[in-house]
Design a protein around this ligand. Structure first.
Ligand code: PEP
Ligand code: MN
Length: 291
């Protein structure tokens, strides 16, 4: 059996950086901008990522992309590999889903973000020109995968684990940075608390704190936190008001038909309203809504 050895790159890096982590402000003062296709995520700008929870077919993906684009979203989302609680739930279209998502993104000139759940799938993500890899909440501490995908040269959206502390979250970002991907965007998506009335509890308290601790951009996913479409709007506005660099939400042309997360899928007009709010909130705290 192959012996597991410490990576010499990490050993030597560790020796020269003292006790600072690469993702810490103490290591790099200036807030970082992460470029995803033609979209810049970072200081001074607010971005919106939107699209269906799952990629569900070529035609509906095109419709979903059109509505996201028309509403003013910058990055198109859609899951081809889905982490589902039940093995009997829709698991995603896999490679075919990557193709449908990327085609829709290209058609509407939007970079795409999609979740990777297994490092062995990485070549397909690269071949399809996926612009940003999402590490889902359930894989935030899948260290083997973090190490394996970090060298691909693709920026990463790192979601907070269901029970991830800020420190654990930053250590996961550190894995990505140390193994070749400093282009990391953090995403607060709600944590599991004692409260069952909402799907999760949106933890906006981390926003000002993370600003001090890290130079990485931070976006908020209010949809997976609250889990109900009609409750998302005020949380989205609050996220931008509290300094988030952007939002990620789920939108669908016909939410009732969505094959995953249909209760939190926004209608076109609901997405447009959230984006209108984001423009206002961005201006209030001296930033611009990304062109
Ligand atoms: C998703 O983005 O559809 C998703 C599964 O997110 P999370 O990992 O935050 O649950
Ligand atoms: Mn979802």
């Amino acid at each position: 059996m192959a012996e597991l050895k410490a990576d010499p790159r990490i050993e030597s890096f560790h020796a020269c950086r003292g006790d600072k982590r690469m993702v810490e402000r103490a290591f790099r003062e200036k807030p970082m901008t992460v470029k995803v296709g033609n979209v810049e995520i970072g200081p001074g700008k607010v971005v919106v990522m939107a699209g269906p929870c799952s990629v569900e077919g070529r035609e509906i993906m095109m419709d979903a992309a059109r509505l996201a684009k028309d509403a003013g979203a910058h990055v198109l989302r859609g899951g081809a590999y889905k982490p589902r609680t039940s093995p009997y739930s829709f698991q995603g279209f896999g490679v075919e889903g990557l193709d449908q998502l990327k085609s829709a993104g290209e058609h509407f000139n939007m970079p795409v973000v999609t979740e990777i759940m297994d490092a062995s799938h990485l070549p397909a993500f690269v071949d399809h020109g996926i612009d940003m890899l999402q590490i889902g909440a359930r894989n935030m501490q899948n260290f083997t995968m973090l190490k394996a995908i970090a060298g691909a040269g693709i920026p990463i959206l790192l979601k907070r684990a269901l029970s991830g502390t800020v420190d654990e979250w930053l250590y996961s970002a550190e894995y990505l940075s140390a193994f070749g991907c400093p282009q990391v965007v953090l995403c607060e998506r709600g944590i599991r608390t004692y409260e069952p009335a909402t799907r999760n509890t949106l933890d906006l308290t981390v926003l000002p704190l993370l600003r001090e601790w890290t130079h990485l951009p931070i976006i908020v996913d209010p949809a997976h936190a609250v889990g109900v479409a009609r409750y998302i709007r005020p949380l989205a506005a609050a996220s931008v008001a509290a300094g988030a660099d952007g939002l990620i939400v789920e939108s669908h042309p016909r939410p009732e038909e969505a094959r995953s997360d249909k209760d939190q899928a926004l209608l076109p007009n609901e997405l447009a309203a959230i984006i209108a709010d984001a423009r206002v909130q961005a201006a209030v705290n001296g930033r611009q809504f990304h062109a």
